[in-house]
Design a protein around this ligand. Sequence first.
Ligand code: NI
Length: 250
Amino acid sequence: MDRTGEKIAAAALAAVLLGTLVLGTVLPYQAVRRQRDSAPVSGTVPQGPFIALTFDDGPKTETTVRLLDGLAQRGVHATFFVLGVQVEGREDLIRRMDAEGHQIGLHTAHHAKLTGLTAEGFYEEVDSLRATLTEILGVRHFMLRPPYGMVNPSVQQWAGAPIILWSVDPQDWSDRDSARQAEHLVSRARDGDILLLHDIYDSSVDAALETVDRLMEQGFLFVTVEELFALRGIKPEDGTIYRCLLPGNA
Ligand code: NI
């Protein structure tokens, strides 16, 4: 082979290698349907049905990163109610969630039962996390999800935030069976529901992504809790408990 022949052979090999690399990188992404691609063009208000996926108890690096990757592939936004002890050392993950359009909310510093606390204890659990998140993200009006969904009049009085519970709970912590959890979520989902999962289990990440794929097939649009309020034209009130925002609730 002369010089020219060698050059052509090298160029051909490089093209094949590059092609393999590009296809290998791009194809898996194209295989996933993206919500943003099929979302209505700007200027029209989407009519739903809407669903808010929410995740508690994280972030946990291994599982939360995989979840964020999967949601990003699908162009889907979710809401993360984080724990102070989990945020520590994972500030970059919180910034990533924010940069990718997810909502971040409060789930206390140490997963405390808020109904059993004095005012002082309450502020240590809630305000300390609020301060941490403010340091990372700047001043926001963070929503609160009390651990175990436990609420009483004191919690409502002290919250300083809308209290966000949920309307569909597959109890993903109990059996770690992602197929059962996805079936539970998909079969019950209604326009305006708030789904509860935990981004600390691999099975929950699988269930979440399967649920997104199946509900997107049915035409559901995934939004953050804040977006759900805005789309329903409801102003969230501090100390008020919300489980879902079905149409006609306004
Ligand atoms: Ni929790």
